[in-house]
Design a protein around this ligand. Structure first.
Ligand SMILES: [Zn+2]
Length: 56
């Protein structure tokens, strides 16, 4: 999987659990773009924050 921003650098993937769901956080080491991915696909940052909020 390669960065969608610069299409060059490999992404660093970090698995997290947010709001009881598995979420992947991908980060490009080159252009610093961030991608959140859930079971249903790419998540917006707003969506991720919503999930984190709903967990409390
Ligand atoms: Zn990039």
């Amino acid at each position: 999987m390669v960065c969608t921003g610069c299409a060059k650098a490999p992404l660093i993937t970090i698995r997290m659990r947010i709001g009881g769901r598995d979420v992947m956080f991908r980060r490009c080491s080159k252009c610093e773009s961030n991608i959140w991915e859930g079971e249903e696909g790419v998540l917006t940052l707003d969506r991720v924050l919503d999930m984190a909020r709903a967990a409390r």
